[in-house]
Write a protein that binds this ligand. Structure first.
Ligand SMILES: Cc1cc2nc3c(=O)[nH]c(=O)nc-3n(C[C@H](O)[C@H](O)[C@H](O)COP(=O)(O)OP(=O)(O)OC[C@H]3O[C@@H](n4cnc5c(N)ncnc54)[C@H](O)[C@@H]3O)c2cc1C
Length: 451
């Protein structure tokens, strides 16, 4: 007998899809290749503390993630308000507190002159007087920012944020994707500064991000428990090996099992679609080929350091983004200054920092030295930190997929092929965009399409 729904992939997208369908009364199985659910939302154990080793916060827009956490009895917490900095031209500068994606909304803000230089600031201020082009709807984020405010704003402020948050270059993303409605607002407001002030005014009051007391990694674990309590089957260490259309839905096989389901959700990215394999089903073959053409994922390394307190000169910063590409860390978060729960877990005599790197830079032999060097550089500490300051360290390597907006040319064939496969649905960050806010909202909608 066929189940109602098989969900392939036990990251946040698959877990939320499965739970939403199970709540609506569907008979659901979730299949996850790895021994644990969560996917990119994981944890690592550092000097006796369980710390997030992937997502550590979520955007509060839409309210979907906070609502989910509350349903699962996980306390939502807000980070301590703290300014962030950017490392640009070898110096640390404050990021404008009222910016949107790093784009300043107040061109008189203190610190802007320092980071942009006199010519860069003058060019940014030209935004207030330049005429609005009739069509800005098709512009990339880079084109929008450069045409209104010049290259200094793009390179010093916007690029490090887009790289750090979306693992992409501003040249790769349409402005409308990250700033929905920006073209219309620009026409109405007459300047980018004015348009972004409207965006800020329209955002809900309060912090733009929130976290979970104890870590965001508690979310997948709680979702798994909730699914099991609702009678859904969660099968970990169960990679799907083949997916085929059957007489009444879909047939799935793994290493030692097979099952049938009327509907199937692909909640894993195209790089994992080996299960579509070679078959005589033309539509599946077309989907498999479209998946193979998807942009390659970028590997990322997260390095968490637990350090002796007292070596760090200041603790009131959210972190530092790096503007220049290079071989060091691309961002640092003062985790114990940002989250009360981390400060409590670390105790008064230790601090926790998290560094993120592009994949392939760190090795087991070099990570301590590079981590200490970058931690000093990005916190503004003179000289390298002493090796004895290091109380514990852990590295997690992640393979985030290229999200769909990275290439319209990749998205359209997948959309077309999937559209011909009745009962097959797509969800996940690779499809709807990076970040838990987008993933949870899309997965909830996808589950609705299966019932
Ligand atoms: C370093 C880093 C930091 C981040 N920080 C934040 C943050 O602070 N805030 C935020 O909102 N977002 C953050 N994100 C993004 C966020 O983590 C992701 O957008 C989200 O977790 C993606 O979830 P997903 O379910 O779409 O994909 P994934 O988590 O990749 O899940 C896909 C799952 O499919 C499974 N799978 C693959 N093949 C098979 C198969 N054949 N059979 C069965 N299962 C299979 C995989 O094992 C995996 O568990 C961060 C991402 C990274 C990489």
């Amino acid at each position: 007998m066929n189940l109602d729904l098989a969900v392939i992939g036990g990251g946040m997208a698959g877990l939320v899809t499965a739970r939403t369908a199970a709540r609506a009364g569907a008979d659901v199985v979730l299949l996850e290749a790895r021994p644990v659910v969560g996917g990119l939302v994981g944890w690592h154990w550092v000097a006796g503390i369980d710390l997030d080793a992937g997502a550590e916060s979520f955007a509060t827009r839409g309210g979907h993630v906070a609502a989910l956490a509350e349903e699962l009895d996980l306390p939502v917490v807000t980070p301590r308000p703290a300014p962030a900095r950017v490392l640009h031209a070898g110096r640390l500068h404050p990021l404008p507190a009222t910016g949107v994606l790093g784009i300043p909304t107040d061109l008189e803000a203190p610190g802007l002159l320092e980071v942009l230089g006199p010519a860069g600031l003058d060019r940014a201020r030209a935004d207030l007087s330049l005429p609005i082009e009739p069509s800005t709807a098709e512009l990339t984020l880079a084109e929008l920012v450069t045409s209104r405010m010049g290259p200094a704003v793009l390179d010093a402020l916007v690029r490090p944020i887009v790289r750090g948050v979306h693992s992409a270059e501003p040249e790769q993303i349409a402005a409308e994707v990250l700033l929905p409605g920006i073209a219309a607002r620009l026409q109405a407001a007459g300047s980018l500064t004015g348009a972004l002030r409207q965006v800020r005014a329209a955002a809900p009051a309060g912090s733009a991000v929130a976290g979970i007391d104890g870590g965001v990694h508690l979310l997948p674990a709680a979702l798994e428990r909730d699914l099991s309590a609702r009678g859904a089957r969660v099968r970990t260490a169960s990679p799907v090996r083949t997916l085929r259309r059957g007489a009444d839905g879909w047939q799935l096989t793994g290493d030692t099992w097979q099952l049938g389901a009327r509907q199937v959700v692909l909640a894993c990215p195209p790089q994992a679609w080996g299960f579509l394999g070679e078959s005589d089903d033309e539509d599946l073959t077309v989907l498999a080929a479209a998946g193979r053409a998807w942009p390659e994922p970028q590997t990322a390394d997260l390095l968490t350091l637990v350090l002796r307190a007292g070596d760090l000169p200041e603790h009131d910063r959210a972190g530092t983004l790096v503007a220049e590409p290079g071989h060091g860390a691309k961002a640092l978060t003062y985790t114990s200054a940002k989250w009360d729960w981390v400060a409590r877990a670390a105790g008064g005599d230790r601090v926790v920092l998290r560094l993120s790197y592009a994949g392939g830079i760190l090795t087991a032999g070099t990570q301590a030295e590079l981590g200490l060097r970058d931690a000093a550089r990005l916190t503004g500490t003179p000289g390298p930190w002493p090796a004895e300051a290091l109380q514990g360290m852990a590295r997690s390597t992640l393979h985030p997929p290229a999200p769909a907006w990275a290439s319209a040319a990749a998205r359209e064939p997948v959309q077309a092929a999937a559209g011909r496969l009745v009962g097959l649905h797509l969800t996940g960050a690779w499809w709807c965009g990076t970040g838990l806010a987008a993933v949870v909202a899309h997965a909830t909608r996808t589950a609705g399409e299966t019932t």
